[in-house]
Design a protein around this ligand. Structure first.
Ligand SMILES: [Zn+2]
Length: 653
């Protein structure tokens, strides 16, 4: 760490000089300024593009502020100001773009989502909303042709209770889709599925197979043959044998989802739960090696996959930099302005823990107001991991820059997190760790000052209320549901808070839907849940830009339109501050720009796939020398090196 700190000092001087066009004579220029001798004449930089003629909302202040025009160069913001004041940056190559009344904002930042998981789901047939079994079978038959050889034919998202037949499709029905390919359909909960004959054959399951603990393979009435449906751990047993995504299909996992994220205005995405699938790390590694991602991806590792992920991160660092120690220095030297921790648009940001469940199983200190179906007595939901596990995680990572992200819905889970953090603070002192309380759906008011004291940030899944608000009001009672997603309280206290879609939990990674839900808190039935916690449209936008950048510790390069930050931009059809609040979700994203390059444009979607748009700016940074050696565990020295690497990149910012 010390080594890195001293190494970065001269490097940090250079970006300013590059920007001023003085790179060649850096040292003399400093000397001249210091001695009062007139510096050499500065060459005015030529902007790549200047945008004007619309609302340019900077998001840089507590209240809305607009710029008349914005100039960008080399993937960064060169200047903001009156259009006339930027005229000096116009050269023969400058694109002068008229926004024609549209609105330009900082690119949206995903603060909790599952882009890789979503990308995998996108490869499967979409069965959401299917009305009956014939329709489901038709959708699956159409899908068969799209699935490469060697892969299973999988469909996701039907709901057996909502099918006209009111049941799960049978093995015979699924055999009618294909007898030559394994076929599996998984319902919208992810806990219930069905398969065709070949699926069970290739996974070695028959009527004689013993059901695993906590799961069941349904048998026909005679008990001698499988019926198709499978539940819980039985489904997991099958699912784990699904062939890994490789080759072109692995590429599609990354590019398909990334392009969808870009369509929704995001320039930074998340995969917070890497390791849910056995091939997740390989999929991300594939995206890194092939430079597939047009936008940045912040990764947090599933708790049980932490070591594998850190090992993989170490391997990536080593492969892309002869020695991991060189990473910070090399990156600083080449593009000191960029976030050093990204390699080919991916960085490992933290670890994910699951502390409780969903709105009908979240961990409460007080009993539910109405028990969910099947629960009796004073039901308070469930604790997922022992206190010691979380305490140990904070003990281990509090002083590193591996950010702990914790799924929690209710207040007992928040207590568990706060207790663990407070122990670490007591032992090691306060750090700029910024623990993330994912969802934080019901926090007690007394927990918010505790969060403030340790720098914890909630990321609210605001779209829970439109969809589930009425049932949450029954389960949790009026008081707790009114305080659900207590964004306004955070806003009033001047504390950062963010909004996240958790896609695929929300079926689309739409950011404006989150803002709309946080602003209106209106259920589909038209009830407003907790009117006091509605935030202004501007505060809602802060939650997906400035505060979002802060949450992922990238506020120095992202989140607002300010000189020197990355030219990560989104252009909206209308200004969310100037439409009726309930139509914010209907505003269309017209264009998404990552570091000056268009990665999505409405009406010209093909540009999102253009290969010249992949990794546009960092190409020169990292020579690719990927070793084919298999992953091996980190040595003790390797771990120290990695920690110092992460630490150095962090302290250099
Ligand atoms: Zn999640």
């Amino acid at each position: 760490m010390t080594l890195m700190r001293t190494a970065r000092k001269p490097a940090l001087v250079r970006p300013l000089l590059f920007a001023l066009g003085l790179a060649a004579s850096a040292a003399p220029a400093i000397a001249a300024e210091q001695t009062g001798v007139a510096p050499k004449l500065k060459a005015t930089p030529i902007a790549d593009a200047i945008y004007s003629g619309g609302d340019i909302l900077t998001m840089a202040d507590r209240d809305p502020s607009y710029a008349d025009a914005i100039a960008i160069k080399g993937g960064k913001i060169l200047a903001l100001g009156a259009r006339s004041s930027l005229q000096k940056y116009v050269g023969a190559t400058t694109q002068q773009i008229d926004l024609a009344g549209k609105t330009l904002l900082p690119g949206f930042i995903d603060t909790h989502g599952h882009m890789i998981l979503f990308g995998k789901n996108m490869l499967d047939a979409d069965l959401v909303g299917t009305p009956d079994i014939p329709d489901l079978l038709t959708r699956m038959k159409v899908h068969v042709a799209k699935v490469p050889d060697g892969q299973w034919v999988v469909g996701m998202g039907y709901n057996a209770r909502q099918l006209k037949e009111g049941r799960t499709p049978t093995i015979e029905e699924l055999d009618s889709i294909s007898t030559e390919r394994p076929v599996m359909i998984v319902d919208s909960s992810g806990h219930l599925a069905s398969g065709n004959s070949l699926l069970f054959k290739v996974t070695g399951i028959s009527a004689e197979t013993k059901d695993p603990v906590g799961g069941v393979f349904a048998r026909k009435a005679d008990g001698k043959s499988l019926a198709g449906p499978m539940e819980e751990t039985a489904l997991n047993q099958v699912r784990l044998q699904r062939p890994a995504f490789t080759g072109e299909i692995a590429d599609r996992v990354a590019t398909g989802a990334a392009n969808l994220w870009a369509r929704h205005g995001q320039t930074t995405a998340q995969e917070c739960g890497l390791g849910l699938g056995a091939d997740d790390i390989d999929l991300v590694r594939n995206a890194i090696d092939k430079k597939l991602l047009p936008l940045d991806l912040y990764v947090c590792a599933k708790d049980t996959a932490t070591d594998d992920t850190i090992n993989a991160a170490y391997e990536v660092s080593r492969d892309y930099n002869h020695h991991p120690d060189g990473t910070s220095k090399k990156l600083l030297a080449a593009r000191p302005d960029l976030d050093k921790r990204y390699i080919n648009r991916v960085r490992l940001g933290g670890i994910k823990f699951w502390l409780d469940g969903s709105p009908d199983s979240c961990w409460m200190t007080q009993p539910f107001s109405m028990n969910p179906p099947g629960k009796t007595g004073e039901f308070r939901g469930y604790q997922q991991i022992p206190n010691e596990v979380l305490d140990a995680a904070f003990d281990k990572y509090w002083t590193t820059n591996m950010q702990l992200n914790m799924h929690m819905l209710c207040d007992a889970a928040a207590d568990q997190a706060l207790n663990a953090i407070e122990k670490a603070v007591k032992k090691y002192g306060m750090r700029d760790h910024r623990p993330v309380f994912i969802h934080a759906a019901y926090l007690r008011p007394d927990q918010i000052p505790r969060m403030k004291a340790v720098g914890a940030i909630p990321t609210f899944l605001t779209t829970t209320l439109p969809k589930g608000g009425d049932s949450i009001a029954k389960l949790w009672g009026p008081e707790r549901s009114a305080f659900a997603n207590a964004a306004h309280t955070f806003d009033q206290m001047g504390l950062p808070f963010t909004f996240s879609h958790d896609a695929p939990v929300t079926p689309m990674p739409s950011i404006l839907a989150l803002v709309d839900a946080g602003v209106n808190r209106k259920t589909l039935a038209g009830n407003v849940i907790g009117a006091d916690q509605r935030v202004s449209p501007y505060a809602g936008l802060r939650a997906v830009t400035a505060y979002a950048a802060y949450q992922i510790k990238e506020e120095k390069t992202k989140g607002t339109l300010e000189k020197g930050k990355l030219a990560d931009l989104v252009i909206l059809e209308q200004n969310p501050l100037k439409v009726p609040p309930e139509s914010i979700k209907s505003i269309r994203v017209l264009e998404t720009i990552k570091e000056g390059h268009t990665i999505f444009k409405l009406d010209a979607e093909a540009t999102a796939n253009a290969t010249d748009l992949l990794m546009p700016t960092e190409d020169a940074l990292l020579t690719h020398a990927h070793s084919e050696a298999a992953l091996r565990p980190l040595t003790a020295q390797g771990k120290l090196t990695l920690e110092s690497l992460i630490g150095a990149a962090e302290s250099a910012r």
